[in-house]
Design a protein around this ligand. Structure first.
Ligand SMILES: Cc1cc2nc3c(=O)[nH]c(=O)nc-3n(C[C@H](O)[C@H](O)[C@H](O)COP(=O)(O)OP(=O)(O)OC[C@H]3O[C@@H](n4cnc5c(N)ncnc54)[C@H](O)[C@@H]3O)c2cc1C
Length: 328
């Protein structure tokens, strides 16, 4: 039997100090980590509970942005008045995920860090998973591929990032505030999650013992024209086959600025600035939306079991943009 030590951190500095040992892991809501521990996938030696570390607040930032602390519950963020008013896209994305009970427990930091739902990763009965056991191979390459990546995958890994929230954060140009033994740093959300390459065991650029302290949302002019569209096999309580976070700044019928991020298609939320620029200064018609969708999906390499995702994503992007364009 493996002993696990448990400590409650008093503040962020204490959390970082407690997490400097090998095998230490932070615990927020525990809705992902405990499942993976019970499934014999994750084996932390020390759990650092950060729920009393003073990271549970939402604050206004100068200029109209918001700072959301790492242990703010997903449900509290989604229904917070300023989040709903300034970033309804984030609210929608969070509410499209999991269940009410899970969202009441899950934290912002934990959601950003949740691990893939690839069954070859989560089920140890499958022996080849480079993410779980680096160098062992990838059973998904010859297996069930419906939920897997069509963009940015590698021979080592075709898993996707399952987080809905992260897709909205990508479209909103969020910043992730980190604190580690070497001090503090800020990482743009687009650089936070990684593509798998030949080291798929690393989902993010977080260093061992580094803590997510908060997520900053810059001021946005896109609240009126944004939409999160999630397509899945069941109407609720299912992960995305494809999701789209679309946000627009409109000048009448003309697009002033556009942001589009895709979920369910890659190891990280998928954005491509060139696709967004195709919409800038244009009328938001079907032809222009299709051109942006084609650009965003450029280079897609579907697997035999998920070829349908390219067309699905193409249509989802067009639909999300049209709904966002209509506004609230
Ligand atoms: C049945 C089910 C259905 C779900 N459906 C969806 C869905 O449709 N869409 C969706 O997006 N999600 C879904 N989820 C996932 C859910 O959103 C995550 O489990 C949750 O967000 C994780 O948050 P947590 O606080 O519980 O994380 P934890 O389990 O506490 O932690 C997860 C990971 O994050 C690390 N961590 C936590 N906080 C920090 C921090 N501050 N800094 C650094 N590392 C940290 C932990 O060490 C651990 O590795 C589902 C989950 C379940 C169980």
């Amino acid at each position: 039997m493996q002993s696990i030590f448990y400590e409650r951190a008093r503040d962020a500095a204490d959390a970082v100090r407690l997490a400097q040992q090998d095998g230490a892991r932070f615990i927020g809501g525990g809705t992902n980590l405990l499942d993976l521990m019970k499934g014999d996938v994750e084996h932390p030696l020390q759990l650092v509970d950060i729920n009393d570390a003073g990271l549970g607040h939402i604050e206004e930032l100068p200029g109209g942005g918001l700072r959301i602390g790492a242990t703010v519950r997903n449900a509290d963020a989604a229904r917070h008045g300023l989040v709903r008013e300034r970033y309804p896209l984030l609210s929608q994305a969070i509410l499209s995920g999991a269940s009410a009970q899970l969202r009441n427990m899950a934290t912002m930091g934990g959601n950003l860090m949740q691990r893939t739902r690839c069954p070859y990763f989560t089920d140890t009965a499958f022996s080849h998973c480079n993410k779980r056991a680096p160098g062992s191979g990838c059973d998904a390459r010859q297996g069930y591929q419906r939920m897997h990546a069509i963009l940015g995958a590698s021979p080592a890994c075709v898993a996707v990032n399952p987080s809905d929230m992260s897709v909205a954060l990508a479209a909103l140009d969020a910043l992730v505030l980190l604190r580690g033994a070497q001090g503090e740093r800020t990482v743009a959300i687009g650089d936070f999650h990684r593509l798998p390459g030949d080291t798929p065991q690393y989902d993010t650029v977080l260093q061992p013992g580094e803590l997510i302290v908060a997520i900053d949302l810059p001021p946005s002019r896109m609240a009126r024209h944004s939409h999160y569209l999630k397509l899945r096999d069941r109407a609720s309580y299912a992960f995305a086959l494809v999701s789209v976070a679309a946000a627009l700044e409109m000048d009448g019928a003309t697009v002033r600025e556009a942001r589009i991020a895709l979920g369910g298609v890659a190891h990280k939320p998928w954005r491509r600035r060139a696709a967004e620029l195709l919409l800038q200064g244009r009328q938001l018609d079907d032809e222009q939306c299709r051109a942006a969708a084609r650009s965003l999906l450029e280079g897609a390499q579907p697997l035999d079991g998920n070829r349908f995702k390219v067309e699905l994503a193409q249509r989802a992007i067009v639909r999300a943009l049209r709904i966002a364009g209509e506004g609230v």
